[in-house]
Design a protein around this ligand. Structure first.
Ligand code: GUN
Length: 324
């Protein structure tokens, strides 16, 4: 009964972040090999983590593993939670001065007592593979060549490689974080989209989002975006990553398809959902990134690309990639 009901509805094309990330990683791996052959240079990435945040530990391990798979030199500095900001700034200063380190990433969030701004501003902008330093943010806004934050850069790559036209498109970004919302709005503008940024104070959100050909959502609010927010046929990019622990909520969100989700809650304690209501997006959107499997894998792929880019820029080497 339920499968009948679903098959009669229009289903959005799923944009496969894993496939695009694999493509980007293969290109970076090739370029890294060519750089070693042509210039005897192996790009180096240092990832710094402070404290015991479990999710951060998983993300960092994945960044280190992928960097090694692609032939980058990488190191993981895991500092104890009681590290002082002075000690952390010293560690960054040492990494700034090392010739074999091209990229420095300080995993966020930092322990709450630490001034995140001071830490991010300490990173040499030329090694700032997150693109969070104010100098790099300024360059992004001014449309100058720079290191671009990884998730926004990944979203643009996904749109390009999925042949979603950006020039002249109406794009709406929901969420104004420094990590996703603000930079992705800048990038869409660079690609000649007409861009609106919505946030928690936006009045009548659906009246704005439902105009958008490209809708990008990064709010941290599970299933905020429903049918009425989506222009039929739009491309919807869901950057949300929310843990649902309540079985009743999972049943409400996933209806007939909730069984796998409920199993996940029973075995792992949670199921991951995006900021976009999955069934609504599948029925209303033209193209859609699911959670998990959408933009998540692209963030790590673009970090690798940024590390390569930093190594090239720091040494004044032109592009060794066969792409572009
Ligand atoms: N924590 C969550 N996302 C990110 C990211 O893109 N970079 C860093 N450094 N920390 C994060």
């Amino acid at each position: 009964m339920s499968s009948n009901k679903i098959s009669t509805k229009r289903r959005a094309e799923i944009l496969d972040g894993n496939a695009v990330a694999a493509e980007i990683k293969a290109e970076v791996k090739d370029a890294v090999a060519r750089l070693r052959e042509s210039h005897n240079v192996q790009p180096g990435l240092a990832v710094v983590r402070v404290g015991e945040d479990a999710a951060s530990a998983v993300y960092v391990r994945s960044k280190i593993r992928v960097s090694q798979e692609l032939g980058l030199k990488s190191e993981h500095l895991a500092l104890p939670a009681e590290t002082s900001i002075e000690e952390l700034l010293d560690v960054i200063e040492q990494l700034n001065s090392r010739a074999d380190v091209d990229g420095i990433l300080v995993q966020l969030p930092l322990p709450s007592a630490m001034d995140e701004r001071k830490v991010l501003e300490k990173i040499d902008p030329a090694k700032d593979v997150d693109g969070f330093h104010p100098i790099n943010v300024g360059r992004l806004v001014l449309n100058q060549q720079t290191l671009v934050p990884c998730t926004p850069a990944g979203i643009i790559e996904l749109l390009k490689r999925s042949r979603v036209p950006m020039s002249g498109a109406i794009a709406c970004v929901v969420g104004r974080s420094n990590i996703v919302g603000r930079p992705v709005a800048q990038l869409l503008l660079q690609h000649d989209a007409t861009v609106t940024v919505c946030h928690s104070r936006t009045r009548d959100l659906a009246s704005v989002t439902s105009q958008a050909d490209i809708l990008i959502v990064a709010t941290g609010r599970a299933a905020l975006i429903k049918s009425e927010h989506i222009k039929p046929g739009a491309t919807v990019i869901d950057v949300g990553m929310n843990k649902i622990t309540d079985e009743r909520e999972a049943r409400e969100l996933f209806g007939d398809d909730a069984e796998k989700r409920i199993n996940s809650i029973r075995t792992r304690g949670y199921t991951l959902v995006g900021d976009v209501h999955l069934r609504d997006a599948l029925n209303a959107a033209g193209k859609f990134t699911p959670v998990p499997g959408g933009v998540g894998p692209l963030t790590v792929a673009m970090l690798m690309s940024n590390t390569l880019q930093a190594a090239l820029m720091r040494r004044g080497i032109g592009n060794v990639s066969s792409e572009q």
